[in-house]
Design a protein around this ligand. Structure first.
Ligand code: NDP
Length: 785
């Protein structure tokens, strides 16, 4: 090559990062790794081992132990034993350990980065500049929360032993997202890394040893899906935290249903990348590069659907193609490479299959002119245009470097297309008009929205999904709630004590005549149940006090439809107005306090007047919170405001407990309503008449039709329909344990949020209800002139 040719083409020379330190580390372990249980390295009971392969060249890196159910049991027992002391260890001491982990990761950053690249195939530029720095940041950040737990999370205790299962796309980062908050809050963990990428977790285990972390606080068990399943099913585990595919998330939801295990799921996505015609196109093109070609597109929040405004679509595509032509795919250890290797042949085949499907379904494929390396697992950056919104490549998570582009005309259409997915993990919005961008950000159903930016992550900002992208948050203060539970004796919220232990005083004289069968309340109207049947309501002493309609599936479906129609309007109703409506509801209830008190006494044999008072207070509390449940501004370390906004979950089914029928209704439904949800409420099965009387109060208040629906009937039958319904976003079920399993299992269809509560006894405190009634959206808004 002549000098002139070199000057004209300026080709990249090789710029490899040395693999040697990592290879030396592997060699020092003789290429074989045991399980890390109770602070010691042990052979697996299975006596089986599996190979971990470098996807860039197909070479074996090491052999790793395959943990079976016996190993899982040992690890869980070790974690349980360690929990006794670790949970009592002062926050300051835990903070020191987390701080030491952060320091150690920084000190060994290069080894970690190289090892991660070797095991996963992602470019060294990413492991070095993104993964490992973020890992350290997570440990630092959570060291702070360990320090502050006592004051900032007073009344909360750790959950216990946490089983954590992570995927292969960000092996060490996912470990950090899970281990750091769990330890900070005083839990102990059993972590299972992905089969394809166990190595950095094992190096992390060595760090735990080196810093003198008490044995059993962190246990790392390598293995496959069956190891994960054994961990999920182990009765000694108090919580499961999972990141991976929606498919496995669904299996885990079903497997843990009814077990009382706390669960957080971070699942798949098909995130929209929305470009308006006033966007800075050069920046948007760079954004796309980050959104879909970062980590070869193997990112749960990858911006895999490009939605571009019609007028600029061709211009944007032309710029994108020019940029794609310049991307470099190759040896992940080369510092000048943009895309590394795909994790494994099975994933490569999946990408190829879905791309083929895209072509068959009529979308237009474009790939750069150059070829990817023949050896190893590589796939070129790919752009599909003329993609139909319902086509497979617009709907299915490809988990590869494949972008599907669609066009839109108006912001409304952009929102519709963006939300045309079963997922809801993230979104990116590009516009120089901040009003437009924020308006669209609030309408897209996703846990994270980046404005004029993409794939920004930080420990201070919560990350997690809406809809089938899962539930729970990782990072930020909101992420801590996943790893704590309320101390029982703290359930002392207002009104509770006054309504409990009430004296029985139902008297025969106060019995009203059996005069009517209460109807259901759907879409703002009293309606007869579809079945035409009714259900008798008895007093504790066995006397008949009334009848209510026996609602069925059809009634629930009608109620859900009404709640869905009302949802958009109620969500958008100003917080102040919601508060006013709830106060008015309380006012109307107070006017009929005596009648309600009498009815309560009849049904429950308890002091009805006290319960009415408590219910009024609960409605006032809900009204008070309607315009005061504030979000946070997270201090992420960029020129950036990150707005953590609590949003309503949507359409909720609430199945009330047996006791305190009016108070439960006011506390649970009132709070959910205050947060902007629309409701299908199934009242207490023992004392439903107070709820059916309550619809008369609703009728005289300003609650919009469809916002608050009431269906009486068999609790578990109605619960099943609600939990199975794909247009219901959350179900709260207060009932017997068998019902918990039923609801949790049935909820897996659309991965709706569930909250299970005892059928009687104290109601949860308002702060817990508020959290359950909302989901946090983080909106990142970078700034700079
Ligand atoms: P999985 O969801 O199968 O794996 C995630 C983790 O769960 C791994 O540690 C896996 O173990 C483990 N696991 C597998 N089956 C079970 C089970 N029944 N019970 C408990 N744990 C289990 O993802 P894959 O790695 O198989 O990838 C499949 C597809 O999922 C990809 O093609 C991609 O589309 C998507 N994916 C999405 C991710 C996201 O964050 N959204 C992350 C990873 C994948 P093991 O590794 O041994 O199988």
């Amino acid at each position: 090559m002549t000098l002139t040719e070199i000057m004209q083409t300026l080709p990249y020379g090789p710029a490899p990062e040395a693999a040697q330190p990592a290879m030396d580390w592997l060699k020092a372990h003789k290429g074989r790794f045991q399980l890390f249980i109770a602070g010691k390295w042990r052979n697996p009971a299975s006596r089986e081992w599996f190979a971990t392969i470098n996807p860039a060249n197909g070479q074996k890196l090491a052999e790793v132990a395959l943990a079976n159910a016996t190993d899982v049991d040992k690890a869980v027992k070790a974690a349980r034993k360690a929990f006794v002391e670790w949970s009592q260890t002062r926050g300051h001491v835990r903070a020191r350990y987390l701080y030491a982990m952060a320091r150690q990761i920084q000190k060994h950053a290069r080894l970690f980065a190289v090892l991660e690249t070797l095991d996963n195939g992602k470019p060294i530029r990413e492991t070095r500049d993104t993964d490992i720095p973020l890992v350290a940041r997570h440990f630092y950040y959570h060291a702070g929360w360990a320090q502050l737990m006592e004051s900032e999370l007073a009344g909360y205790v750790p959950v216990g032993v946490v089983g954590q299962i992570i995927p292969w796309n960000f092996p060490l980062l996912m470990l950090a997202w899970k281990v750091a908050p769990a330890l900070a809050m005083g839990n102990t963990v059993v972590l299972k890394p992905a089969e394809f990428t166990p190595l950095t977790a094992l190096l992390f285990a060595e760090i735990c040893q080196n810093i003198g972390l008490p044995p059993g606080v962190v246990n790392i068990i390598t293995g496959d899906g069956q190891t994960g399943a054994a961990l999920v099913e182990h009765p000694g585990v108090d919580k499961i935290a999972f990141t991976g595919s929606t498919e496995v998330g669904r299996i885990i939801r079903r497997a843990t249903a009814g077990s009382g295990k706390k669960l957080s799921l971070e699942l798949g996505g098909k995130s929209p990348f929305v470009v308006f015609e006033d966007a800075d196109l050069e920046s948007a093109v760079e954004g796309v590069v980050d959104a879909i070609w970062f980590n070869q597109g193997q990112v749960c929040c990858a911006g895999s659907r490009l939605l571009v405004q019609e007028g600029i679509a061709e211009k944007m595509y032309a710029k994108l193609r020019a940029r794609m032509e310049k991307l470099r795919v190759g040896d992940p250890l080369d510092k000048a490479v943009d895309l590394g290797a795909i994790i494994a042949p099975v994933q490569l085949e999946k990408i190829q299959r879905l791309v083929q499907k895209g072509v068959e379904e009529g979308a237009k494929l474009w790939q750069p002119s150059w070829a990817v390396p023949a050896e190893g697992c590589f796939y070129p950056p790919t752009l599909f245009t003329e993609v139909a919104p319902a086509s497979t490549i617009a709907q299915e998570e490809i988990f590869g470097p494949v972008l599907a582009a669609l066009t839109f005309r108006t912001p409304e259409e952009a929102v519709r297309l963006a939300n045309n997915t079963r997922y809801g993990l993230a979104a990116s919005i590009w516009s120089e008009d901040i009003n437009l961008a924020l308006d669209v950000a609030t309408q897209i159903k996703a846990g994270t929205v980046w404005i004029n930016s993409t794939n920004l992550f930080d420990a201070a900002s919560g990350f997690g999904g809406y809809r089938e992208s899962g539930f729970g948050r990782e990072g930020g203060k909101e992420g801590l709630w996943e790893y704590v539970k309320k101390i029982e004796q703290h359930r002392t919220a207002q009104g509770q004590s006054s309504a409990r232990g009430l004296t029985a005083r139902a008297s025969a004289e106060s019995l009203p005549p059996i005069d009517r069968t209460a109807k259901l309340f759907i879409g703002g109207k009293q309606v007869r149940p579809d079945s035409g049947y009714s259900k008798a309501v008895y007093a504790p002493d066995g006397r008949l006090v009334g009848e209510v309609g026996l609602g069925n599936r059809k009634d629930i479906r009608n109620a859900v439809e009404a709640a869905r129609s009302a949802q958009e309007g109620w969500r958008k109703t100003a917080a102040h107005s919601k508060a006013q409506i709830l106060y008015f509801l309380a006012e109307n209830l107070s006017q009929r306090a005596e009648e309600f008190a009498r009815r309560l006494s009849e049904q429950t044999g308890q002091d009805g007047a006290a319960e009415v008072e408590a219910a009024l207070e609960a409605l006032f509390t809900a009204a008070a919170w309607a315009d005061k449940y504030e979000g946070l501004v997270h201090p992420t370390p960029l020129r950036n405001v990150t707005l953590a906004i609590p949003e309503p979950i949507g359409v909720m089914g609430i199945l009330c407990p047996d006791d305190q029928p009016l108070l439960a209704l006011a506390r649970l439904a009132g709070t959910a309503l205050a947060m902007g949800n629309t409701l299908v409420v199934v009242p207490s099965p023992l004392a439903p008449l107070s709820a059916t009387d309550f619809y008369q109060v609703l009728e005289t208040s300003d609650i919009p039709a469809g916002t608050f629906n009431i269906v009486t009937g068999e609790r578990d039958e109605l619960a099943r329909t609600l939990a199975e319904h794909d247009d219901v976003d959350a179900v709260w079920y207060a009932g017997p344990r068998a019902g918990w399993a039923l609801v949790e299992k049935a909820s897996a269809g659309n991965m709706k949020r569930t909250w299970t509560l005892p059928h009687s006894g104290p109601l949860p405190d308002t702060d817990e209800i508020l959290r359950q009634a909302t989901q946090v959206k983080n909106i990142w808004v970078p700034y700079g002139a």
